[in-house]
Design a protein around this ligand. Structure first.
Ligand SMILES: Nc1ncnc2c1ncn2[C@@H]1O[C@H](COP(=O)(O)OP(=O)(O)OP(=O)(O)O)[C@@H](O)[C@H]1O
Ligand SMILES: [Mg+2]
Length: 289
């Protein structure tokens, strides 16, 4: 399957939230990476058919989604950034409720819910009230509801926010497992979430596509841009004024700085291999969370 985003634009009165955004996707995981306000949610809501674009098109195998009508919705699974839950619902009841909204046959839904509760590791908690769930459990339930109709296009808006490191790893493995025969688009501003699982990383800033490429290529392009220098404590400020310092590490009475710059900053500087965080800082010039 091919999902084509063609010159998509969204304007809110005077604010252009997404601008001339174009990309083509096939099966696999796409990591949408960008800082707060970049336009990730706006883009995902348009793809999820809950927000109308100001201009531009979304096509599946070259057919405009507007011509597909309900058939387009049937292809979709969506986990919104701010998914609301009924605290008094149990996990199972909540999934039954969503299945009914999606018009899934009761018998089929029952079986599917059982399967999905296993996939997301909540089968032992199916009769527990959502109000008693941890953040990670809620996110996994959110993924389960998005998967109910076995969607070909799965859209997850910041699915890992609020998860602890252990839950993050578990989540990554889950996404990897279910990514074989579908397009998964997931947004985040945490680089580690997509470093290993994304087939392509899509960088978005100010509503525009900055770059879309494999992680390997993005890192290769960083060659010669990341440097280590050992400096005196008192000189740190001097370097911070001149360069983008991404890390400061104490080493005895000296300090080791990791800096981003296109040119060798000084004679003793060592050229080091870039990681995803360096790449993020290079494009977005933001503090890593
Ligand atoms: N309903 C709206 N009306 C006006 N402006 C909006 C609306 N929704 C979003 N925006 C603006 O559009 C821009 C993109 O917002 P969006 O929520 O898509 O960003 P995001 O990348 O998802 O950010 P975050 O990482 O914080 O979730 C922001 O400047 C935001 O303030
Ligand atoms: Mg958002």
């Amino acid at each position: 399957m091919k999902l084509k985003i063609d010159n998509l634009t969204k304007k809110y009165s005077d604010k252009v939230a997404v601008k001339d955004f174009s990309i083509e996707m096939t099966e696999g995981v796409y990591g949408l990476l960008g800082p707060n306000g970049a336009g990730k949610t706006t883009l995902m809501r348009m793809i999820s058919d809950v927000l109308n674009p100001t201009s531009g098109k979304i096509l599946v195998d070259n057919i405009d989604k507007n011509d597909l009508g309900e058939n387009y919705r049937d292809l979709l699974g969506y986990l919104p950034q701010d998914m609301g839950y009924y605290k008094n619902f149990t996990a199972e009841r909540f999934l039954k409720y969503v299945a009914a909204l999606k018009d899934i046959d009761k018998k089929i839904a029952k079986k599917r819910i059982e399967e999905l509760l296993k996939v997301v590791g909540l089968i032992d908690h199916k009769n527990k009230k959502i109000g008693k769930f941890s953040g990670g459990m809620k996110q996994r339930l959110g993924i389960a509801q998005a998967l109910l109709n076995n969607p070909q296009i799965l859209i997850l808006d910041e699915p890992t926010s609020g998860l602890d490191p252990k839950e993050r790893i578990r989540f990554r493995n889950l996404i990897s497992d279910i990514s074989k025969d579908r397009i998964i688009i997931l947004s985040t501003h945490i680089v580690g979430d997509i470093e290993y699982i994304a087939k392509q990383v899509i960088l978005i800033k100010d509503g525009q596509l900055i770059k879309a490429s494999t992680g390997d290529i993005l890192l290769k392009e960083m060659q010669g841009k990341v440097w280590k220098v050992e400096v005196e404590e008192k000189d740190i400020v001097k370097y911070e004024e001149r360069y983008q310092v991404v890390n400061i590490m104490r080493k005895g009475d000296k300090v080791q700085l990791r800096i981003l710059t296109n040119h060798k900053p000084e004679e003793n500087a060592i050229d080091v291999e870039a990681n995803f965080e360096d790449m993020y800082m290079h494009y977005f010039n933001e503090k890593i969370e």
